[in-house]
Write a protein of this length. Structure first.
Length: 146
């Protein structure tokens, strides 16, 4: 699947011309929304159906700096699934320099409008099946009801 492209904006950099670390998390959200759209499960449609998916945790490993006007390719893929959670992994690359600038993960839980946990396999079986098919390993424990 093609990566999401983010062009680094001037306002995302600090006085040294380097992208501020907090922006990478914003780029992850942009890429995640794009990814969900491309696999046929737009986040906006999930919200309209009464399903929300707050971030439970984020982890970033910063490897190289990004600067104004760099175009960063962000590859997104599912890493793990639990009954009510999804962990996505991200690889952010600067193709012009042929280097990975950041690797990251984000974990999300799925809730209804009232804040009750939703089991994905029951609440969204098509979404569950689509994500399960995209997992890097076909280990049954990774796709369990957890």
């Amino acid at each position: 699947m093609r990566p999401y492209i983010h062009k680094v904006q001037y306002y995302e950099t600090d006085r040294m011309g380097v992208t501020h670390h907090a922006n990478y998390v914003r780029w992850m959200e942009e890429a995640r929304i794009d990814y969900l759209n491309r696999i046929g499960f737009p986040y906006a449609a999930m919200e309209e159906a009464g399903i929300v998916s707050p971030v439970r945790s984020v982890s970033c490993v910063y490897l190289r700096s990004c600067t104004f006007d760099d175009e960063i390719e962000i590859a997104v893929s599912p890493l793990r699934m639990g009954g009510a959670s999804l962990t996505l992994q991200y690889e952010m690359r600067n193709p012009r320099k042929d280097e990975t600038v950041c690797t990251a993960t984000s974990e999300h839980v799925f809730l209804d409008r009232e804040g009750h946990i939703l089991r994905l396999k029951r609440a969204m079986p098509d979404f569950w099946d689509a994500l399960l098919a995209l997992l890097p390993e076909k280990d049954p424990a990774m796709g369990g009801e957890g």
